[in-house]
Design a protein around this ligand. Structure first.
Ligand code: 0O2
Length: 209
């Protein structure tokens, strides 16, 4: 039985490693990346500051796809993974200000051909860990196909928190870090305050100009 299981996992990883399987996701990421660059240009011209500091993308590795399927209690089935995993294609936009995040989302939403499936607003309602980010699950046209992409939009402060927590807490199985988890939650609350303060300061300055 164990041998059968290992064989199934190996086949899953081999299939998700094939360029033919990954290509539509890569193309989808590059397309959203380009669209975000255009959005950034438009918004930045309008507002007078660079709205999106950084845009990155990645296609989930076969190992990570397998781990996520198993974590979620699904079988290691290639087609099922394409159906169930929302973030095989993942794009991230890091903004300076909270209000810009929502403006970027609206501009993506009104992009012709883009279909929004779900918005997860972990800014309005952070996760128990303190994780904050705006997740947009959407389908975009790539040739004849509609490909699922998860776009994460966050502020620089949220990104800073998330990167560190991801490395030391989210992706570890360390059970002896309860105290650190509380510290991370406190930091997330401070970051929330700072993001709001920065927005307030910017608006104050704008009102004086
Ligand atoms: P990785 O390796 O970073 O990609 P669902 O869409 O509801 O079916 P999913 O995809 O688990 O399920 O949704 P969720 O919770 O929105 O998480 C999507 C991604 O957000 C995660 O992908 C993480 O990258 C990030 N994330 C979610 N929660 C946390 C958190 O508490 N801390 C940090 N640092 N990141 C988080 P993966 O595939 O789990 O991980």
């Amino acid at each position: 039985f164990l041998e059968m299981l290992i064989d199934t996992y190996a086949k899953f990883i081999e299939e998700w490693g094939k360029q033919l399987r990954r290509e539509p996701y890569e193309k989808a990421c590059m397309q959203v990346h380009k669209r975000l660059q255009v959005i950034n240009e438009e918004m930045s011209n309008q507002r007078g500051w660079i709205c999106i500091k950084e845009i990155t993308w990645r296609v989930k590795t076969p190992d990570s796809c397998l781990n996520k399927m198993l974590d979620k209690g699904y079988a290691a089935d290639v087609e099922l993974a394409a159906e169930k995993l929302n973030d095989i294609a993942g794009v991230r936009a890091v903004c300076y200000f909270l209000d810009d995040m929502y403006q970027v989302m609206e501009m993506l939403r009104t992009t012709p051909g883009y279909e929004f499936i779900k918005v997860k607003d972990y800014v309005k309602k952070p996760k128990a860990s303190g994780y904050q980010s705006l997740h947009l699950i959407m389908k975009i046209p790539v040739g004849e196909q509609m490909v699922k992409v998860e776009t994460q939009i966050r502020t620089q402060a949220m990104d800073f928190w998330s990167d560190i927590e991801h490395h030391f807490v989210y992706k570890t199985n360390n059970l002896n870090i309860e105290e650190c988890e509380e510290e991370f939650l406190k930091c997330s609350k401070s970051i929330r305050k700072i993001d709001k303060q920065m927005l307030k300061i910017r608006r104050k300055i704008e009102n004086t100009q």
